[in-house]
Design a protein around this ligand. Structure first.
Ligand code: FAD
Ligand code: NAP
Ligand code: SF4
Length: 695
């Protein structure tokens, strides 16, 4: 490898910063921004917003950008309609000259921001997963997660799909893209040709594996023919699809070689079909868990191979490359969290990187809900044209009370803008409730957010007053121009007879280990905190988020032998909890339904496997020496537990704000102190950032 060494990070991360020669062109480093659907694609001003979004990442030194998936035709994408059901012009398709002109805005912005940054269009034909009544597939097999039954393609239809891929790539080239990535994984069109479950054809496109591979190979061959030699063509392969009866290792290796032969200039490894039941990007997945699989693919081909999934910091990327697992590292969500990740690494400012904590709360959960993507730790992501700030013209002397996510986000932005900020917290450390969250096994990444804010407090010279519980008079006496109250919440004490009984423990004490927890436990409240506390008290040994082998055992993945799909015939090894736990709620909906769409299922599966009893439609009656007495469906029942942990939500902690109002002090109220119901860190940081941008 031949790294530049004119910046401190170049010497620290020599593999990451070595350029890659592709023959007709060069990548400036080994870091790629992976493809993500941003939701900007469908907005009326989507091209302007995408241009700003991608240009910031290009200016942040990433080597190459892969756009969100764009369909090569109507049937491969989302059918987007207005409220009356009329089809809307959609930027998430590229098969007309008019759409190509829109894409030119994006490529020009990126190349202007950084002439040596490459940008490739991802061609995504969703096949059976298209949210579209006209969905097509090799066979009429509806996916477990698909909205429609796809129509079977006939010979003419197959030719059309291949031709549409080639035409889309031609238009991409005309629009100024440096290449295309074609997605051949995840349960989308190309991958459904590959496996027997979704390809039941008996013609030249089905049956033998050679026939099932034909569609992917033909797409690559025809795309290469259409775009010529000097254009990047990446094939995204399912290197381990996590499906029972999925692809075998031999089939994957054959496909990798065949697409290389057909003209792919790079292969990008993808893990999982969307319908599989193994988490691959959630925060409970260890960093770089899948790069060993990429290494195997790399051994089969001579083109550069890209790896991905849970690589969120430059030291992780450097280690992956140094170990020879891949030629390039793709980071997608980390580029939402910090547009300047690569630049900061190059300049030796790793401490200043705002790390993706893999929560999915503002990215994937938004995408699945049809909302514009953003990022919990960086609300500017995908909002580059609408959320901005610069130096203030009227610097103020501001006190921020509370160093949880809300107070920290406010202090960062206000101090960056030139206000003099003093930050108070009653605790001896910053972080607020994130200091509890980080103790939950599988949530270790929350340490990174606290580390980032610590670096921001130093960088922007915020005056730190930790270990100080301030009151209104002290703030008045200090003579601040403005006070921001970010004092968070108090846990709700539900009105249940016996709530003061010795066996009742609050969630803060349970997490901090301040009080003993018995062998039989009732957890009252099954929201995010109820699930986290249950995880903590049923977990044994090391956190599997920190150990790839443990993670593989827990989820039934065999990385060593790579059976079909990586999972066929592999049983998860479950550490049954030593204690018996009942996790309960009053609602009659399934327990855990309110958790995040893309992560909630992982938590439900894990706790179910550990033997946690989930109970809904509970009416709490009394807590006494014999346990927790409830009514279920009107019938009395006693849970003979020795501990009852209360996770029943929270109420705002706003006494300080009320006192400031009485004294006529200029003040804002933010975060949990403003509104505790459904308040999470995403809302807290977003609200604080908007207010600080305007103060
Ligand atoms: P807090 O984080 O509560 O911070 C308030 C701070 O104010 C505290 O540090 C307190 O010491 C200080 N303070 C209060 N009064 C005073 C005073 N008078 N003087 C000085 N200091 C004072 N959210 C998510 O989005 N995703 C998650 O995965 C997630 N997991 C969680 C897991 C757990 C176990 C817990 C407990 C919470 C979790 N949350 C999660 C919720 C998230 O942490 C909160 O929404 C967020 O911390 C609220 O931020 P905040 O700044 O408003 O308040
Ligand atoms: P929450 O999600 O609102 O859950 C509160 C739970 O308490 C619910 O199960 C509710 O269910 C129950 N409850 C409410 N009032 C009650 C009462 N008076 N008596 C008994 N039970 C009552 O709040 P949380 O769990 O405290 O979490 C706080 C915030 O942090 C939330 O916004 C949450 O999203 C966020 N968080 C997120 C994650 C994550 O992984 N994304 C993890 C932790 C926390 P019933 O009303 O049905 O009983
Ligand atoms: Fe990462 Fe969470 Fe931000 Fe998504 S919302 S990019 S997972 S930190």
């Amino acid at each position: 490898m031949n790294a530049k060494i004119d910046l401190p990070g170049h010497a620290q991360y020599p593999h990451l910063f070595s350029p890659l020669d592709l023959g007709h062109t060069q990548l400036r480093n080994r870091c790629i921004m992976g493809s993500m659907h941003t939701g900007l694609e469908e907005l009326p001003d989507g091209f302007e917003r995408m241009a700003a979004f991608y240009a910031e990442r290009a200016a942040g030194d990433v080597g190459m950008i892969i756009t969100g998936g764009i369909s090569p035709n109507e049937e491969g994408g989302m059918a987007i309609t207005d409220e009356q059901g009329n089809p809307l012009a959609s930027a998430s398709k590229l098969n007309t000259q008019e759409e190509a002109a829109g894409h030119r805005m994006v490529t020009d912005a990126v190349h202007e921001a950084a002439p040596d940054c490459k940008i490739c269009l991802q061609i995504l034909h969703m096949g059976a997963l298209a949210y579209n009544e006209g969905a097509v597939a090799p066979s009429p097999v509806r996916s477990r997660i698909g909205a429609f039954s796809p129509a079977e393609l006939d010979e003419e239809g197959i030719e059309k799909q291949i031709a549409d891929h080639a035409y889309c790539a031609t238009l991409a080239k005309q629009s100024g893209y440096d290449g295309v990535e074609i997605i051949g994984s995840a349960g989308y069109l190309l991958s459904t040709f590959l496996v027997e479950k979704t390809n039941q054809r008996t013609d030249q496109w089905g049956g033998s594996y050679e026939n099932r591979m034909r569609f992917s190979v033909e797409v690559i061959r025809r795309v290469r023919e259409a775009v010529g030699k000097d254009f990047i063509v990446i094939f995204r392969i399912a290197a381990m699809d996590m499906l029972e009866g999925g692809m075998s290792w031999e089939e994957i290796a054959l496909l990798a070689k065949a697409v290389e032969q057909a003209g792919a200039s790079m292969i990008s490894t993808h893990f999982v079909w969307h319908e599989a039941q193994v988490p691959t990007i959630a925060t409970m997945v260890p960093r770089r868990a899948f790069t060993g699989v990429t290494k195997r693919v790399r051994g089969e081909v001579s083109v550069p191979v890209i790896t991905s999934n849970r690589i969120n910091m430059p030291d992780v990327a450097e280690a992956v490359l140094a170990d020879g697992d891949a030629d390039l590292v793709s980071m997608a969500r980390p580029m939402l969290a910090d547009a300047e990740l690569v630049k900061k690494a190059a300049e030796g400012r790793t401490e200043e990187i705002n790390t993706c904590i893999a929560c999915n709360q503002a990215c994937l959960d938004h995408a699945f809900a049809g909302k514009t993507t953003s990022c919990l730790v960086n609300p500017r992501a995908c909002h580059e044209t609408v959320l901005n700030w610069g130096p203030t013209e009227q610097p103020k002397n501001i006190a921020v009370v509370g160093a949880g996510p809300a107070g920290l986000a406010y202090a960062t932005v206000a101090a960056e803008r030139g206000h003099a900020v003093t930050l108070y917290d009653a605790a001896d450390e910053i972080g607020g409730q994130f200091n509890l969250a980080k103790q939950v096994p599988g949530k270790e990444e929350f340490h990174e957010t606290i580390r980032y804010y610590r670096a921001m407090m130093t960088k922007y010279q915020v005056t730190m007053c930790l270990g100080q519980r301030v009151d209104a008079q002290a703030l008045v006496d200090a003579g601040f121009d403005h006070v921001v109250v970010a004092t968070g919440i108090s846990p709700r004490a539900p009105d249940i007879s016996g709530i003061d009984h010795d066996k009742v423990v609050g969630y803060i004490d349970a997490i901090r280990g301040n009080k003993p927890i018995g062998e039989k436990v009732a957890v009252i409240g099954a929201g995010g905190i109820g699930f986290d506390v249950t995880e903590l008290i049923t977990h044994q040994g090391k956190s599997s988020a920190l150990d790839i082998e443990l993670f593989a055992k827990e989820w039934g993945v065999d990385f060593d032998n790579h059976p079909r799909g990586g999972v066929t015939g592999v049983e998860p090894v479950v550490n049954k909890a030593d204690r018996e736990v009942w996790l309960m709620q009053r609602k009659d909906t399934p327990v855990g339904r309110g958790l995040g769409k893309t992560t909630g299922w992982t938590k439900r599966i894990l706790l179910n496997r550990r033997g946690v009893n989930m109970v809904n439609a509970v009416e709490y009656v009394r807590i006494d020496d014999s346990g927790l007495h409830v009514l279920i469906g009107g019938q009395p029942k006693t849970f003979e537990v020795d501990t009852v942990i209360i996770c029943a939500g929270q109420v705002p902690e706003r006494g300080l704000y009320d006192d400031l109002m009485i004294k006529g002090v200029s003040a804002d109220l933010i975060g949990g102190a403003f509104e505790a119901v459904e308040l999470d860190a995403k809302t807290a940081i977003n609200q604080a950032t908007h207010l600080a941008a305007a103060v």
